[in-house]
Design a protein around this ligand. Structure first.
Ligand SMILES: Nc1ncnc2c1ncn2[C@@H]1O[C@H](COP(=O)(O)OP(=O)(O)OP(=O)(O)O)[C@@H](O)[C@H]1O
Length: 448
């Protein structure tokens, strides 16, 4: 019996490669080149476009792309097109460009995932890379900024690739002419109020003329900076692990033992865990002030700050009601049953009415929460031996993550309560004495 010819694969089962397409010259060329490469390969090509809702012409660009993909589909039946319209706007103080970039990547990632594409191609080329390096240099950035754009990076399950990062703009122009590709012209690319446009039209031509290898050298600089940034990242991560830093706090004693340059990069890395954009001015201030400070507070963001207390630098979120602050006494002088949120430690302190096993109200007056700094002593039961907190945690098999919760200290510095162990026997109220029983309630970590 003759074998049946294999059935063509259904389009929805083919592997998908996405191309981010603005409709401009470069991404039009990349989409076209990808389609040619993919022809007969069994790959599905997905053109993705983001309508930013910022320019009056954006509707026409979207219509142009949809029509172009429709035409190209006659020769490339495995071409699909999708677009997203952004509806938001930048928040006060945020640049339109930064907002548009972030939203664009998020929209591209959403669409790629919805279509099962794990790879998104971007049409940046060598001149874009040179411009990015120079722009970063003009901002006085460090190795991370000078790294400019990676040719391949994985973020949140999507691989972003820039296959033309080594290609000169001229090669793409030639390709577009050879294939007579139609593309849109974004008039804002000539608006010299934008830094990039001034650089492109006024600086780069002169630079290329004076140094014909300028773009290649700037690309090499970006690669060197990428290696340096990766090394800094590795060393900072090792230093933070060695000093026992966590999201909740960075111990100052160990940090001060580092060389100045390692202090700087470990501090920066620790701050960036919490907040992507850490102002250089804050890092400079902390580097200058922390070595001499015993206590202190520094603004971190609109709703958070850093506190130095008992040798630990801690980030605190501010707006939640009744934030238990580490640096000053937070429980009032007259303490009543209630709950205090401590977002920096991802938990709540609850004080409940009790007739035994609690802490006397007198000791709770003006008490505060503080991070473990090492060397604390704790007594489990009235006639038991005083032992180090570390040993007590081990004996009670308190898991390592639970040992990061804050300790409750009385106004006089007396240890009152340790999450996971309970009330220190020296702070136990006598039966019938006015008292409250402390309890620590851990909250699930927020996604970062
Ligand atoms: N609105 C958009 N929708 C989808 N992808 C985009 C969009 N804008 C930019 N991109 C992607 O990001 C790359 C770089 O963006 P950039 O703003 O430098 O390019 P462009 O000048 O808008 O267009 P092109 O690179 O196509 O000439 C584009 O080549 C494209 O891959």
């Amino acid at each position: 019996m003759a074998a049946r010819p294999p059935r063509p694969a259904s389009i929805s089962t083919l592997p998908v490669v996405a191309v981010a397409t603005s409709g401009g010259r470069d991404s039009t060329a990349l989409l076209h080149a990808t389609l040619r490469q993919a022809a007969g390969s069994g790959l599905q090509v997905l053109a993705l476009h983001v309508h930013h809702g910022l320019m009056p012409q954006a509707d026409a660009w979207l219509a142009h792309l949809a029509a172009q993909c429709q035409r190209w589909r006659s020769r490339h039946p495995h071409l699909r097109f999708d677009a997203a319209r952004l509806s938001g706007s930048p928040s006060p103080g945020q640049s339109i460009e930064a907002w548009a970039r972030r939203e664009r990547y998020e929209a591209l990632a959403r669409m790629a995932k919805a279509h099962g594409a794990g790879l998104v191609l971007l049409a940046h080329h060598r001149r874009d890379q040179a411009e990015t390096v120079l722009l970063q240099a003009m901002r006085g950035t460090g190795p991370a900024g000078l790294s400019a754009m990676p040719d391949l990076i994985e973020r949140e399950g999507i691989v972003w690739a820039r296959p033309w990062l080594q290609q000169p703009a001229q090669a793409i122009e030639d390709y577009v002419r050879r294939h007579r590709l139609r593309h849109i012209e974004d008039s804002s690319n000539h608006d010299t109020r934008f830094d990039r446009n001034r650089l492109r039209h006024q600086v780069l031509p002169a630079l290329n003329q004076a140094f014909p290898q300028a773009e290649q050298q700037l690309q090499r600089l970006a690669e060197q900076a990428q290696a340096a940034a990766a090394l800094i990242h590795e060393v900072a991560a090792q230093d933070l692990a060695a000093m026992g830093a966590s999201q909740a706090g960075m111990p100052m004693q160990a940090w001060l033992c580092l060389s100045p340059v390692r202090r700087r990069f470990s501090l920066q890395a620790w701050l960036q865990h919490r907040q992507a954009d850490v102002p250089d001015s804050l890092v400079a201030r902390l580097l200058a002030e922390l070595p001499r400070a015993r206590q202190g507070r520094w603004p971190l963001g609109p709703d958070s700050e850093l506190r130095l207390y008992r040798g630990v630098l801690q980030p605190l979120s501010l707006p939640l009601n009744r934030v238990v602050e580490a640096a000053s006494l937070q429980l009032p002088q007259v303490v009543e049953p209630g709950e205090w949120h401590a977002p920096a430690w991802q938990g709540r302190l609850r004080l409940s009415a009790a007739s035994e096993g609690g802490v006397p109200l007198a000791l709770l007056a003006g008490a505060c929460l503080a991070a473990r700094t090492g060397g604390e002593q704790f007594q489990r039961a009235p006639r038991s031996t005083l032992r180090s907190l570390k040993k007590q945690f081990q004996a009670a098999a308190v898991p390592a993550w639970a040992r990061q919760a804050p300790l409750l200290y009385g106004a006089g510095g007396q240890l009152l309560f340790v999450p996971g162990l309970g009330v220190d026997a020296r702070a136990l109220a006598a039966p019938g004495e006015p008292q409250l029983r402390p309890e620590w309630l851990a909250e699930p970590a927020e996604p970062t």
